[in-house]
Design a protein. Structure first.
Length: 292
């Protein structure tokens, strides 16, 4: 009996030793499911995109309905607190205009013209259109090119844009009395960025405002008084939210206030007095139109 038991045990061990061990299944690298994260909402509500805003068109004005018209030129100084929104770090007006000019979205005009052989340094009649390269060169300026191996100076190199140089804007506008609508209102004709050239503030080019309105109406203005504001640059100009001084009015000699007063001192306050006089004259004329 013991022999039979030993025989069975030996057979079991022999069978186990000759049995083939099953191969472990081959497994590839485990791929983790990436979770797509949407950026968090910057604020407690979804801000409306200003690009979807609609530009409010001006009312049509017929020539026979204009009983009175006066043209003035103003200068907007960005160093004034109320005008500093035009040079905010997140949105600068000069950068918006220069990008549009570089992309040929805007037509700009030369601030200089020749009449009877005389060079007009301050011309704003929109007669001479500039190419994009000419406009960029006028705004940025150029520097001497690098000399080659023979010492010959290369072609001039265009400088990079320095927004801090453009601290003033000049606007040309017409004040009209529309008897059909009984409205005395201004219409901006053109706008020109200005920079210091040889000690004087000069326009670098002129932009026809009606052509720039679609662009300005899609560019949001930084409003420090209200973060929920949807004001655009077009609203800033059309609603007269800026502070400015009149530098010229229509006159037979076609001279500015400084040229008429023959001023040499930039701090002479007489130009401000003359600007206020012109403003008051326009306001008095408007008040004289109505009876109470």
């Amino acid at each position: 009996m013991k022999k039979v038991l030993y025989t069975i045990i030996l057979l079991l061990f022999g069978t186990a030793s000759f049995a083939q061990t099953p191969a472990a299944p081959v497994s590839g690298p485990v791929l983790k499911k990436t979770k797509i994260k949407t950026p968090p909402k910057d604020g407690f509500y979804a801000r409306k995109d200003v690009d979807s805003s609609v530009m409010v068109p001006f009312a049509d004005v017929r020539e026979e309905d204009v009983f009175y018209s006066k043209r003035v030129w103003r200068e907007i100084d960005l160093r004034d607190t109320i005008n500093s929104v035009l040079k905010s770090e997140s949105s600068k007006l000069i950068e918006i205009l220069m990008d549009a000019v570089a992309n040929e979205e805007l037509t700009v005009y030369s601030p200089k013209d020749t009449t009877s052989g005389k060079l007009l340094e301050d011309n704003d009649s929109f007669k001479i259109a500039l190419t994009a390269n000419e406009a960029l060169t006028s705004a940025r300026g150029t520097s001497e090119g690098d000399p080659d191996a023979n010492g010959k100076v290369g072609a001039p190199i265009m400088k990079r844009l320095r927004p801090d140089e453009f601290l003033k804007y000049r606007i040309k506008e017409d004040w009209i009395l529309d008897v059909k609508r009984s409205v005395f209102e201004p219409r901006i004709i053109g706008i020109a960025p200005m920079k210091m050239v040889e000690g004087n503030w000069q326009p670098v080019f002129w932009i026809y405002y009606d052509e720039a309105r679609p662009l300005l109406s899609k560019s949001k203005l930084v409003n420090p008084a209200n973060d929920a504001s949807v004001l655009t640059y077009d609203d800033f100009f059309v609603r007269r939210l800026f502070s400015s001084n009149i530098v010229k009015e229509t006159n037979p000699a076609n001279k500015t206030i400084i040229e008429i007063l023959n001023q040499t001192d930039p701090k002479d306050p007489r130009k401000l007095y003359e600007s206020d006089r012109i403003k008051k004259g326009m306001s008095d004329y408007e008040q004289s139109l109505w009876e109470y």
